[in-house]
Design a protein around this ligand. Structure first.
Ligand code: NAD
Ligand code: IPM
Ligand code: MN
Length: 357
């Protein structure tokens, strides 16, 4: 039997709470299938670990993770550790170190999910963001000169390589071609006169290889406006690291909220493990209260199943989320319900096991 080795990093705040439900659901998925198993190894890395050891993960953490088939991560960040330390030493280190250059984030309005937009039909919000995840505005290049002096200067570089832009744009074209969808590139060439002019040029070059894929290009300011006013115009979307970060929280807001927004950090070459995580953070405001919605994590688990080739199970999980949104019997308070995090997880498991019969 095929056994997938999964490294589980619950992380901080609500991270461990939602990931516990995700693990339950993955175990049930394996049981339903009968043809594969999961072997989970839990790592206590995160901000508590940092307080104990001075590090977010051990020195050989990346080497340890490299032997797994995938990583399942909750969220990272706590109010008592500077965010740029906690995130750069754990989450971003994994995304970059394992060259997970594709960040796939579905923005899909399911039946029953709350939508703050007036008069929008469910099928009008059905996008998938392909966010560049390895460089761009998150390259970590810059300097801080004359620190704490009156003349201090800070420089944060955006790094856009031909290699990096081409591969993410090509990935997005391949996806759009496979799904028979249009592809929209979101950039900002009017103001970012090097990086985004370059991005746009590469988008045009790669586009010539895919005459069958209809394309659109928007400036990021207009794109955010259209996501609210006319979301139906977006299908597959490709954009830079920072724009993708911001626009997918906007996407979450129009498609049911942070509690439903899933993400996958993919190394398409499968040279390194890919990582599956909800797009929300550690939500310190609701941590430890059983209020966190685990459905975003369950959806990320569905992405993991799809990544391993179990498409039917993955589709079934998303169907279950939709059923639960419609039934409204087991939902957390962000979705208007009164269920706890683990009650929601239990309901997903129950429905999944029922699909076996
Ligand atoms: P957040 O996503 O944690 O929370 C934003 C709001 O959404 C909060 O009101 C929160 O209660 C709500 N929310 C988020 N997830 C929810 C869920 N599953 N169910 C119900 N409500 C949910 O963003 P933030 O407050 O800006 O960040 C908190 C911390 O998380 C910071 O340290 C930040 O750096 C970190 N962060 C980590 C990740 C990650 O690890 N992938 C992502 C984003 C933010
Ligand atoms: C996300 C998060 C991260 C990002 C932060 C925590 C570094 O906001 O996954 O969306 O910006 O990528
Ligand atoms: Mn984000």
């Amino acid at each position: 039997m095929n056994t997938y080795k999964i490294a589980v990093i619950g992380g901080d705040g609500i991270g461990p709470e939602v990931i516990a439900e995700g693990v339950k659901v993955l175990k049930a998925a394996a049981e339903v299938d009968g043809g594969f198993a999961f072997d989970f190894t839990f790592f206590p890395w995160g901000c508590d670990y940092y307080h104990e050891t001075g590090k977010m993960m051990p020195e050989d953490g990346m080497e340890t993770l490299s032997h797994f088939d995938a990583i399942f991560l909750g969220a990272v960040g706590a109010p008592d550790v500077p965010d740029h330390i906690s995130l750069w030493d754990l989450l971003l280190r994994i995304r970059k170190g394992f060259d997970q250059y594709v960040n796939l984030r579905p923005v899909k309005l399911l039946n029953g999910a709350p939508c703050p937009l007036k008069g929008v039909k469910r099928e009008e919000i059905d996008m998938i963001f392909v966010r560049e995840n390895s460089e761009g505005e998150y390259a970590g290049s810059g300097s801080w000169l004359y620190k704490n002096k009156p003349n201090e200067v800070v420089i944060q570089d955006g790094v856009f390589s031909r290699y990096g832009c081409e591969r993410i744009i090509r990935y997005a074209f391949e996806l759009a071609k496979k799904e028979k969808k249009s592809l929209t590139s979101i950039s900002k060439g009017n103001a970012l006169n090097y990086s985004m002019v370059f991005w746009d040029q590469i988008f045009r070059e790669v586009s010539a290889e895919y005459p069958e894929v209809p394309t659109h290009t928007y400036l990021v300011d207009a794109a955010s406006m259209f996501m609210v006013k006319d979301p139906a115009r977006f299908e597959v979307v490709v954009t830079s690291n920072l724009f993708g970060d911001i626009l997918t929280d906007l996407g979450a807001a129009i498609a049911g909220g942070m509690g439903l927004a899933a993400g996958a950090n993919i190394n398409p070459e499968r040279k390194f493990p890919s990582m599956f995580e909800p797009i929300h953070g550690s939500a310190p405001d609701i941590a430890g209260q059983g209020k966190a919605n685990p459905l975003a994590t369950v959806w990320s688990a569905a992405q993991m199943l799809e990544f391993f080739g179990h498409r039917a199970l993955s589709d079934r999980l998303i169907e279950i989320i939709e059923e639960m949104l419609v039934e409204k019997a087991a939902l957390t308070s962000d979705l208007g319900g009164s269920a706890t995090t683990s009650q929601v997880g239990d309901e997903v498991v129950k429905k999944l096991l029922e699909s076996r019969r």
